[in-house]
Design a protein around this ligand. Sequence first.
Ligand code: KG4
Ligand code: ZN
Length: 343
Amino acid sequence: MRILGIETSCDDTCAAVVEIKRNRDFKILSNVVSSQVKLHAKYGGVFPSLAKREHQKNLPFVVKKALSKAKNPKIDLIAVTSGPGLEPCLWTGINFAKDLAEKMKLPVVPINHIEAHILANIIDKKSKLHFPALCLVVSGGHTQIILMKGISQYKILGETRDDAAGECFDKTARILGLGYPGGPIISKTAKKLKKREMKIILPRPMIHQKNYDFSFSGLKTAVLYDFKKRSLKTKKSQQYIQEMCAEIQQTIIDVLIKKTLKAARDYKVKSVILSGGVAANNELRKQFQSAIKNQHLKIIISLPAKNLCTDNAAMVAAAGFFNQQKHWKEIKANANLKIDGKL
Ligand code: KG4
Ligand code: ZN
């Protein structure tokens, strides 16, 4: 079957066509992402009403492009993100999907954005996922540790009490005057660092606590204080900026790995599944793999392709496959939709 996925929960307008073969092989026929990054960069974050307007403007073209890139195949189902996310943006996608479904006489299913991020791991994997699994979802809006006993069986074990990991990257990059989105910029800047000379050390919030929760707002404040106390000359120096970026990235990585692997051990899982925009971070991917090896853990790590970590509609289409049996008459946006709650 072929599924058209539509994703507009934040600042990317996305549409994709995914084909699912009988043996459950997922093949991406098209995956179109129209980013609003340039527009929101001015504000250092996403401006919801502006994002909604852009989605409305872009969606017809993005969907058309996704269909034509896939060579206009027969579509069997439309899958659309219904939450969590920015409510005005979610409604734009839902209304568009419903209209299109009526025109094309197709069923439409609502998709949980977090589940879609997790299921991105299924798309380009020849092997199937190994359960029980522990999912770390790290994006601009979420940082959650989720126990996954199987497809559609999720339990949130812990989450951030304040800022998400991606949000922390974005906000600290803004403090340093580096632009938006912060994650890729901080990662690129940190890579340029040759030697640590200033020995900047940031706090690792909640790293030793027994729970699986996170807190990143203190880290942002620590960066702000450090930045404020520096001289103008230091603030502008490459050494300071690069060293600060390296330390921000390492702090976030340390906390994420420590907490995730603790949960993985406690719940004796077979695999750890990474997802969300922050999972595109090279250092995080590398260090997760070495931590599992160094700690002699018999855990398989699953990392989606980088373009499937950040927001996209191929993951929404894939999630549509596993939610196709649901018959939805009334699809509503739910900005705070939980993965282990009811849709
Ligand atoms: O999953 P995503 O595209 O959108 C949400 O659902 O929020 O995640 C976006 C977040 C942003 O905060 C961005 O800074 C972060 O993911 N991000 C990264 C990287 N690429 C994107 N963070 C760290 N390293 C990266 N390479
Ligand atoms: Zn996302």
